[in-house]
Design a protein around this ligand. Structure first.
Ligand SMILES: *[C@@H]1O[C@H](CO)[C@@H](O)[C@H](O)[C@H]1NC(C)=O
Ligand SMILES: *[C@@H]1O[C@H](CO)[C@@H](O)[C@H](O)[C@H]1NC(C)=O
Length: 477
């Protein structure tokens, strides 16, 4: 085995047949992210290998010393590795060594000049940014949401929105203005803590790209606000068939994108790499944990009691139906989402709105049974029932029958599970989330006809600590 690998590693002509290494983390000068990542596929290599045989070693220097970098190597059950690294400071130079049994593979070593950390405030013009990031075309969802608004005249709408929603205790929403790449906001409502997710993504973007001057409103709550009667172009985490809000990625997905390899442990990369059971080793049961935020979630408990052999489901908290705890309890301990994938089947049931866990359920590679719902997230339109997941009726009446189908048709079930995971990998990784926000801001901006003016009562949104970076690559000096 070793001799064979050595041969492979040394014959560059053959490399591509056996080794595939790709991802935005291999363009660290062009693509600045909180945590950069790339993939390593060792085709034809023994998939049994331990992590010890594959090593990714980063050598970064700053002012003649090693620069501070956090790294993380994840292995997916399909044998593909995900390597992530987070720069705590900019490096004067960076070298990425991908080694198998101490021999460079692929195009390793990858050598770069200076590489910026994500904290650097070094925005570039929109065109260059888009070329460097190679974002896919504008998502259909954005075009569809914006089609409802021929043009947006904030001089006309601004007061209407504030008057409609700034009522004591009801709703929390923030008014944002981006002007000369600075972010300003004013929030309305009692609970505005969630503004930090929007602040963080806007600041992160403004450090990377020169954003157009623009104006918008963000709904910090879960329920969409806009209706046929009051059709306003408000941005929301969650959309619904009967509302006209413009959807953006959920705060959960946004946060895990920004805090990848940071404060957050569950994100779209870690969920792929922390699942260690192959499909065949997962238990053929439906697993679910969650709180009582919807009556169908109680119904799921009822159904499971009739078929204990098919389900392992429990409520973890009683809040909405406190009086039903005796009947539907006892409440179960919290289970890490990574352990959900000890089971083949996952159930996605609405909570107060769409269940924001769907990206992770797909990413973990189990088969997802998704309840019919009028609520949706930014990517639902691109999902195809029976291709990426199994649809179930809103009242869950066909759930048991469909789980039985999956048990009997294990091959087909597995195929759908894999397709769901591939969807998540292709569309919901950190790069995709950044791209979505940029497209959204650009497209929204095209509709605005009113001048962009910062109001006196708005607050400038800034980072607590500003990192000073010389925004020119050393190689260019
Ligand atoms: C993988 O490793 C196990 C235990 O070390 C061994 O029994 C098995 O044959 C290996 N599989 C392959 C495909 O090499
Ligand atoms: C259900 O899942 C939990 C968490 O994985 C596990 O501890 C428990 O033993 C399971 N229950 C049954 C009946 O399998």
């Amino acid at each position: 085995m070793f001799a064979c690998l050595k041969l492979i590693a040394n014959s560059n002509d053959n490399d591509d047949k056996y080794i595939n290494i790709w991802g935005p983390g291999l363009s660290p000068q062009e693509i600045v992210m909180p945590a950069r990542y790339f993939f390593i596929e060792l085709k034809k290599y023994n998939r049994n290998q331990t992590n010890n045989e594959l090593k990714v070693i980063l050598q970064g220097s700053k002012d003649g010393r090693a620069c501070r970098i956090r790294t993380n190597l994840l292995k997916r059950i399909d044998g593909i590795y995900i390597f992530r690294y987070k720069l705590y400071e900019s490096c004067d130079s960076l070298q990425i060594n991908v080694m198998y049994n101490d021999i460079h593979i692929g195009k390793s070593p990858y050598k770069y000049g200076s590489v910026f950390s994500d904290e650097c405030n070094c925005p570039i013009d929109m065109n260059s940014w888009q070329n460097k990031w190679q974002c896919p075309i504008v998502p259909e969802r954005i075009l569809k949401d914006l089609k409802e608004f021929i043009e947006i005249d904030w001089n006309n709408l601004r007061e209407q929105i504030i008057n409609a929603f700034d009522k004591p205790g009801s709703i929390s929403l923030c008014h944002y203005i981006i002007k000369s790449n600075l972010v300003y906001r004013r929030c309305y409502g009692k609970y505005t803590g969630f503004k930090m997710f929007i602040d963080n993504i806007l600041l992160s973007l403004s450090r990377k790209v020169i954003l157009p001057d623009t104006e918008f409103f963000v709904n910090l709550g879960d329920w969409p606000l806009s209706s046929e009667a009051v059709k306003y172009p408000i941005l929301s985490w969650c959309g619904s068939m009967d509302s006209f809000d413009i959807v953006m990625p959920t705060y959960d997905l946004t946060e895990s994108t920004l805090e990848n390899l940071g404060r957050v442990t569950l994100d779209m990369l870690s969920v792929q790499g922390n699942v260690n059971k192959q499909w065949k080793d997962r238990k053929p049961k439906a697993f679910w944990r969650g709180r009582d935020s919807n009556k169908e979630r109680l119904k799921l408990i009822d159904i499971s009691r009739q078929h204990p052999d098919l389900y392992n489901v429990s409520l973890t908290n009683f809040f909405f139906f406190r009086d039903k705890e005796k009947e539907y309890g006892p409440k179960a301990d919290h289970v890490s989402l990574f352990s959900f994938f000890d089971y083949k089947y996952q159930i996605n049931i609405d909570g107060t709105v769409a269940a924001y866990r769907l990206p992770y359920l797909l990413g973990g590679g189990s088969l997802v049974f998704k309840q019919d719902s009028s609520y949706y997230e930014h990517f639902y339109d691109d999902l195809t029932p029976n291709v990426h997941y199994i649809p179930i009726r809103r009242d869950l009446s066909d759930l048991t029958e469909k789980i039985k189908w999956a048990i009997i048709n294990d091959k087909d079930a597995y195929k759908i599970a894999v397709q769901g995971q591939i969807f998540a990998i292709n569309q919901l990784l950190p790069k995709d989330i950044f791209c979505y926000y940029v497209h959204l801001i650009n497209e929204l901006n095209k509709k605005i006809i009113s001048p962009i003016i910062v109001f006196d009562d708005m607050e400038l949104v800034e980072l607590d600590t500003v990192v000073h970076c010389a925004c020119r690559l050393k190689d260019e000096l």
